[in-house]
Design a binder for this molecule. Structure first.
Ligand code: NI
Length: 256
């Protein structure tokens, strides 16, 4: 069965119909959904959902956009929260030099502080990297961020970076952009990454795959990413589903 390794179910776009969204996910063959926080409030909401809904797990952390909000107090709260067995990773954390919504120096500090937090708890990290490939790699290497493993979410780099990440202990996750017309670079990565390092996600409510591009996304559509990956790697959808779910269980240390 499928696992959506990156969803934002706490987004207000699901306020009216979360139950329907979850039902459609179940109908589409999803067994688990990893609900990812992006600031303190959304991390609390992710954990709340994970405690309520058996198929949902939480990832807690502060996104580079919000890294200005990260202080000692919030860091300590995240640490306590992340001890909960329903919290399977720290994220999404990283650098975003495309939108630059927080000063870069704050982004770097928040990224490094949360890498250290994850290492203390021996939890994997979920990385957001937009237009900051080189610096993200430098920090990963310097901090040995892959020691407790991690995921590069919605990977957008070239193959050598993906290989480098793999060597550092990371998995590569593919989202809706893999189905877009201009996805040549990502398709190459998806074709050539070793099978034991690939994951699939929706990043919903964002990044709807074709033919839904531009519309609100939801976990059920991770099946479109699985289908595209199967086509690229010339495997059956069943095989891709099996392998990506196995990888997700491994990296998030999910035992049930
Ligand atoms: Ni996200």
């Amino acid at each position: 069965m499928l696992i959506d390794t990156h969803a934002h179910l706490q987004d207000e776009q699901y306020k009216e119909d979360l139950q329907d969204v979850l039902k459609r996910a179940e109908d589409a063959g999803l067994e688990k959904i990893i609900c990812v926080g992006y600031d303190y409030a959304s991390s609390c909401q992710a954990l709340e959902l994970a405690r309520k809904i058996p198929q949902v797990y939480a990832v807690v952390g502060v996104h580079p956009h919000d890294s200005q909000e990260l202080n000692e107090e919030i860091l300590a709260k995240l640490f306590e929260m992340a001890k909960d067995p329903r919290v399977v990773a720290i994220g999404e954390i990283g650098l975003d030099f495309y939108r630059d919504l927080s000063p870069r120096e704050d982004q770097r500090k928040a990224f490094i502080a949360q890498i250290k937090l994850a290492q203390e708890l021996y939890k994997p990290i979920v990385i957001h990297d937009r237009d900051a490939h080189q610096e993200v790699m430098d920090i990963i290497k310097k901090e040995k961020a892959g020691r407790s493993e991690g995921i590069m979410h919605c990977f957008s780099g070239f193959l050598p970076m993906a290989i480098d990440l793999m060597k550092q202990g990371f998995y590569i996750s593919f989202a809706g952009p893999l189905t877009f017309k201009n996805a040549k670079k990502t398709v190459e990565v998806a074709a050539k990454m070793p099978q034991d390092r690939i994951l699939i996600e929706t990043d919903c409510p964002y990044l709807s795959p074709e033919p839904f591009r531009g519309k609100r996304n939801e976990p059920a559509r991770v099946s479109y990413i699985a289908a595209k990956l199967a086509e690229i790697r010339q495997k059956s959808v069943k095989e891709i589903t099996y392998i990506t779910s196995l990888n997700a269980r491994k990296v998030f240390r999910i035992k049930d």
